[in-house]
Design a binder for this molecule. Sequence first.
Ligand SMILES: Cc1cc2nc3c(=O)[nH]c(=O)nc-3n(C[C@H](O)[C@H](O)[C@H](O)COP(=O)(O)OP(=O)(O)OC[C@H]3O[C@@H](n4cnc5c(N)ncnc54)[C@H](O)[C@@H]3O)c2cc1C
Ligand code: SF4
Ligand code: SF4
Ligand code: SF4
Length: 388
Amino acid sequence: MPIDPICKKIVPDDTPYSTDYGGKKYHFCSDWCQVKFEHLEKSVIRMRRAIPEKERIGFGKLRKDIIKPGICTLCGACSATCESVAIKNEQPTLVAKCTGCGVCYNQCPRTITTEEGLVGKMRLAYRARSALPDVKGQDGGVVTAMLAYALEEGLIDCAIVTKKSDEEPWKPVPMIARTYEDLLESSGSMYSHSMTMNALMSAIKQGLRSIAFVGPSCNIDAVTKMQKSPYGFLNLFMRANILKMGLFCMDTFQYEGIKEFVESKNIRLEDIESMKIRKGQFEFQTPEELKVYSLDEFDIYRSSSCKYCSDMASENADISFGGVGTPKDWTTVIARTGLGYELYNEAVDSGYIDSYLLKKEEMKRATNLARMKKIQMYSVNRREKKCD
Ligand SMILES: Cc1cc2nc3c(=O)[nH]c(=O)nc-3n(C[C@H](O)[C@H](O)[C@H](O)COP(=O)(O)OP(=O)(O)OC[C@H]3O[C@@H](n4cnc5c(N)ncnc54)[C@H](O)[C@@H]3O)c2cc1C
Ligand code: SF4
Ligand code: SF4
Ligand code: SF4
């Protein structure tokens, strides 16, 4: 039986109030609903048709992503915009055929459907790698190469980076890098928290005025908050210009936890040459072989704060860097602000970095990971299976 799209009542097939619009017949309970349809509902129908093919997502996905995991706020936007959806037993429910037009998914306040919603504002995104032969980075070495350009050009006095502790192997220690050699020492990723803000404050107090700061989203947020906060520290930050270079980040792990894990596999931390998280696996390169373990095995060591973090791409940075999206030994770069964009492109033009525009499918891989992070608070287990 048809449903009146205005009042949502079920009406008989032979109701005298009906109209054809856009190749479909609509039925009404009364002439009042029919008049309302003529005035208003046509615009809803036009909007449905205007949604591009790739955003035509059916009710099934809304059910899977939002309703089943319990994220639905019962705002009623889906039922308000489609006669096939009604709220039953306190849940949006499909009560008639779904044409997969995508309106409900796109209108739902709990879905994220735009690129900007997933990875933040950007000017352009790139696939890049260092053109400096002695830079061996975590991915393409682009962070280190860009810092090298800024330092050698005199654009920055120092960079706040992180290096491995001399005393405890693979323990991250923040440092104020002032030379190319310092930068080389800091390249590569360590998957535990680094207290980068301590080094930043120290640099400002030492009178350094133009500073590049490298850190994952939560570190970038700390800088941003201190810059904008009405409480204290503003006077310190007025003394320095800070270029915020963000790292993509899905997780960090307790340092003692990583240590305990590798030792349980008879690997000495000091023998590990590189660590990498890829496609849901933790890789450890030893002099003899590459040891690979499922990330699931590290669950108990994951920093608890990371489970509640929803910013994969360091959205508040001037420029962000990650491994996801691009092939091995390349870095995905998202230039966001004028400062980040200009400095990065100057480094490219000056021969420090090889850079190409990011392809659509590469960006898609990055946005997929960002989506996992945004919804992880609701589905931590689901996310852990498929990280890139
Ligand atoms: C904890 C952590 C988690 C990450 N998770 C992901 C992820 O899930 N997906 C993804 O695509 N990319 C992730 N990254 C980013 C990725 O590992 C690379 O840092 C990024 O691709 C840049 O590579 P690069 O070769 O250009 O950088 P490099 O030239 O190697 O420079 C890396 C920079 O990172 C800094 N750094 C290293 N460890 C830390 C740390 N613990 N805290 C602060 N700064 C640090 C170094 O000081 C250096 O300046 C993560 C990075 C970190 C540190
Ligand atoms: S027809 Fe209705 S339920 Fe199906 S996708 Fe469109 S708005 Fe959602
Ligand atoms: S639009 Fe989204 S949040 Fe609102 S009722 Fe529908 S599923 Fe729930
Ligand atoms: S996941 Fe979030 S909270 Fe955890 S280290 Fe990364 S940016 Fe910080």
